[in-house]
Design a protein around this ligand. Sequence first.
Ligand SMILES: [Zn+2]
Length: 249
Amino acid sequence: MRTMIRRAGIAIVAAALASVALADETHPHWAYDGEGAPERWGTLSQDFAACSKGHQQSPVNLTNAHAGQDVPLTLDWKPFAPMVHNNGHTIQASAIAGNTTTLAGRTYTLQQMHFHHPSEHTIDGKATPMEAHFVNQAADGKLLVLGVMIEEGAPNAEIAKLWDVAPQTTGDAKANADIDFSKLIPLGSKFYRYAGSLTTPPCSEIVDWIVFSKSVTASRDQIEAFAKLYPTNNRPLQALHDRTISIER
Ligand SMILES: [Zn+2]
């Protein structure tokens, strides 16, 4: 009897230590609903303060854009077979090195791309079923994110290659074919441009945002396949405050 009590005591101490270690090591849990919902992101951690206090947050409704200076955007992306991750927030493909994006003479490197359902940005108040984000980083850490609205229509061959291997639970898998990500970019389309943030914690205000006015398509089945995993992973629209939006072509 005495042995049992002692063992139980040890187990309780061990459990307490484990929970302390867990609290120290894990990031606060953020989500799209419940206790970690977007309205609470700013309170989950001091590191997430910009989510509630920032005045340059994303996404926004893209409307009343003024004519820009037609800044040149060029992509130098080659097809490759990416690692595809189900990270618990979205399906994300990692870029290999050497794919560059240039905006107005500034060079960025493609890091990763991922999806939201429904779209995060809206254009004149209109959302689309999905939005893809292509995250590019400059040498100084600043980001250029290209947003592509996805409408229901013809099946998308590049998305098909991602969905073929995308893990249904959290995990990683390598694509079994080269994917030409530039085919997911409506090049030649006008695009909106504004200064914004990451749309997930820590909501850092380091993003030069571009959202193309033209969309690409994915089939209803392709959209539903993503929605089955992530029915709602879009941050609500944020206030524009004193920012302006330009439209470039
Ligand atoms: Zn995103």
